[in-house]
Design a protein around this ligand. Structure first.
Ligand code: NAP
Ligand code: G4F
Length: 344
């Protein structure tokens, strides 16, 4: 029988790529969806007809228990979150509830539905759990590159909430013998990335400027450095962690770091334009506390999971710019929210 996966955050960037990957691997894929007539569900449904959906919200314990009871999954991937770092200062309590406490609620739903009681009682047909941890937990980094052993120093309410979810996942593994793993994923991007994140904001901005729809691109901190990879590669790593012989946490990234300035230069260069003529620094886009440098050391993932990224930074940037030029010219979309509503 096909293995069955339940994915929270199915309407997000990673949810769609993971669903695609698992469908290719022969899985029966279910997505947890929240709200009434969530328009993003239509977007996923158009792309991936074979997914089934179940209602539920990370804020609602009962709904998660019902979803796990109904779907009877072999694997649960918890990708749902408030994931945009600046929003986590504006809605810190909601971020703690969704991004942090949401992890507890999913783990409890699995524990209750699996009949695991207070003591450690590992079972053979147990549900495997994946938690979407983040390199934001490293925050003000203590060393570079960052490994599975680098201490955490989160710099945003989002990073703090993710750190809670990360340690809780470890704790459920240690307390109950659950097959629970966390992927400490560095930034990963794609043409399906939300328009609020810097890579997509830049690729959409460059496309609009190239097509004569805009004359400038406003950005915040150009000095911050990130380890950017391709989302399609990173969902493979999630699946490998869940399919491994024993549960463990892994750092997933490329091992290369670039500044936002280098990202911008590469994106403008892809269409033959000089970025310095168009980019405007906007102080209001700076954050209360910044993560200045992220760079992964993915050695463990390579050695133990056989995982490696396949798309370079340069190819990723070119892929996103090309996709947004096609999107904006083909469909004459003009705003970020229009572009957000469609996936290439
Ligand atoms: P994303 O595109 O922002 O997607 C977030 C998902 O969370 C959406 O499907 C959203 O669904 C769902 N969600 C929000 N609130 C919810 C709630 N109350 N109940 C249930 N679902 C809810 O994020 P992503 O880039 O795909 O990232 C996936 C996960 O990996 C996130 O947990 C993120 O924090 C983490 N992560 C991402 C990166 C990265 O670089 N992309 C790196 C490290 C970790 P709606 O349609 O209902 O809003
Ligand atoms: O693209 P970003 O918003 O991503 P950030 O904050 O690194 O978070 C992303 O990656 C995390 C993994 O490390 C995930 F956990 C998280 O969910 C999310 O997916 O910003 C990247 C950098 C920041 O340093 C920011 O200050 O770009 C800088 N930046 C400069 N100007 C900007 C802008 N970021 C955004 N979003 N918009 C700007 O105009």
């Amino acid at each position: 029988m096909a293995r069955r996966a339940l994915i929270t955050g199915i309407t997000g960037q990673d949810g769609s790529y993971l669903a695609e990957h698992l469908l290719r691997e022969g899985y029966d894929v279910w997505g947890l969806v929240r709200g009434q007539a969530n328009p993003r569900v239509t977007r996923v449904r158009r792309l991936l007809e074979d997914i089934r959906f179940v209602g539920g919200d990370l804020l609602d314990q009962g709904s998660l228990i019902s979803a796990v009871e109904k779907v009877q999954p072999d694997e649960v991937y918890n990708l749902g979150a408030i994931s945009f770092v600046p929003l986590s200062w504006e809605q810190a309590e909601l971020t703690a509830e969704v991004t942090g406490m949401g992890v507890l609620r999913v783990l409890e739903a699995i524990r209750v539905c699996s009949g695991i009681s207070s003591s450690r009682s590992p079972k053979s047909g147990q549900i495997r759990f994946y938690q979407a941890s983040s390199s934001e937990m490293f925050g003000q980094v203590r060393e570079s590159p960052q490994t599975e052993r680098t201490p955490f120093h989160p710099r945003s309410p989002y990073g703090v909430a993710k750190t809670y979810g990360h340690f809780l996942t470890q704790n459920y593994r240690e307390s109950y013998g659950m097959f629970a793993v966390s992927g400490i994923l560095f930034n990963h991007e794609s043409p399906r990335r939300g328009a609020e994140f810097v890579t997509r904001k830049v690729s959409l901005g460059v496309a609009r400027i190239k097509l004569g729809l805009a004359s400038e691109l406003r950005l915040g901190n150009l000095d911050a450095r990130r380890d950017w990879g391709y989302a399609g590669d990173y969902v493979r790593a999630m699946h490998l962690m869940v399919a491994a012989d024993r549960p463990d946490d892994y750092v997933i990234g490329t091992g290369r770091t670039h500044s936002v300035r280098e990202l911008v230069a590469a994106a403008f260069e892809a269409v033959g334009l000089d970025w310095e003529r168009y980019v405007v620094f906007d102080q209001s886009l700076r954050r209360p506390a910044e993560v200045d440098l992220l760079c992964a050391d993915p050695k463990e993932a390579k050695a133990r999971l056989g995982w490696e990224p396949s798309v370079s930074f340069e190819d990723l940037v070119a892929m996103m710019v090309e996709s947004d030029i096609a999107l904006l010219s083909g469909k004459t979309l003009r705003s970020e929210s229009d572009a957000e509503a469609v996936w290439p």
